[in-house]
Write a protein that binds this ligand. Structure first.
Ligand code: ADP
Ligand code: MG
Length: 238
């Protein structure tokens, strides 16, 4: 089980209100996509959910428990970033197991968890390689593997495919959909790419200037956009 509720989540940096009271429900095992133009607050919202940034006000509740004051390592969430900075001197296996090592997980158990994640991501033949001997897509899979080994209840992705070329992005979208099935996990995925949102989401959250413009399934937003902004962003081809 992993549900998430945000109630009136706001964030202010100095005198700028970057998030203006976000209300949102994410259901167990849902694939939810946050979409909106650059600067609208997508990454800030994800970082607040992850606990990497604190909300100025509002509540963040996971499975019925308010987690505002819970540290990022104890939230049961794992985040995958756009720039997936792998440790260059470590093998794929050590990169994937590093957070477990920090958490004091023993070598044998670490190995089992990394092998299982490598199987899911089809990285088994690459476990002994260093990052520089990997393609962009393989590196991104290692970054996802680092999240999987921690067995999170909710995955948070911040534009994970934006550094990949168009063909690889299509392939990775399919892989992420398969991963969502196989792991039975709740996933929150940030993108500014409408096509990614339309093809991957159970539910799309359209953000603009720190506010939720509309929430709905891809078809609901496509056929019944609430306003011109949503229509321009999702509804009609440009
Ligand atoms: P997005 O991910 O949608 O592109 P961000 O969440 O990164 O948007 O940023 C939203 C707004 O908050 C932007 O105007 C950005 O400049 C501002 N912002 C983000 N982080 C900080 C920070 N640490 N200090 C001040 N302003 C910030
Ligand atoms: Mg961002």
């Amino acid at each position: 089980m992993a549900t998430l509720q945000l109630t009136q989540v706001a964030k202010r940096f100095d005198d700028t209100e970057v998030l203006k009271g976000i209300d949102l429900e994410v259901n167990d095992r849902e694939f939810v996509v946050f979409v909106g133009p650059s600067g609208c607050g997508k990454s800030t919202l994800l970082r607040i959910i992850a606990g990497l940034e604190s909300a100025t006000s509002g509540d963040i509740v996971v499975d019925g428990e308010r987690i505002n004051e819970v540290g990022p390592a104890d939230r049961g969430l794992a985040m995958v970033f756009q720039s997936y900075a792998l440790y260059p001197h470590m093998t794929v296996e050590d990169n994937m197991g590093f957070s477990l090592r920090l958490a004091g997980v023993g070598k044998a158990q670490r190995r089992d968890k990394v092998r299982e994640a490598a199987r899911i991501l089809q990285l088994e033949p690459l476990l002994d390689r260093k990052p520089k001997a990997l393609s962009g897509g393989q590196r991104q899979r290692v970054a996802i593997g680092r999240a999987i080994v921690r067995n999170p209840s909710i995955f948070l992705f911040d534009e994970p495919l934006s550094n990949l070329d168009a063909a690889l992005r299509v392939q990775m979208r399919i892989e992420l959909a398969r991963l969502h099935e196989e792991l039975d996990a709740t996933m929150i995925y940030v993108t500014h790419d409408q096509i990614e949102a339309m093809t991957m989401a159970d539910k799309i959250v359209v953000l603009q200037a720190g506010e939720v413009e509309q929430v709905g399934s891809p078809m609901e937003l496509y056929h019944h956009p609430r306003n011109r902004f949503v229509a321009g962003f999702i509804g009609s081809p440009k």
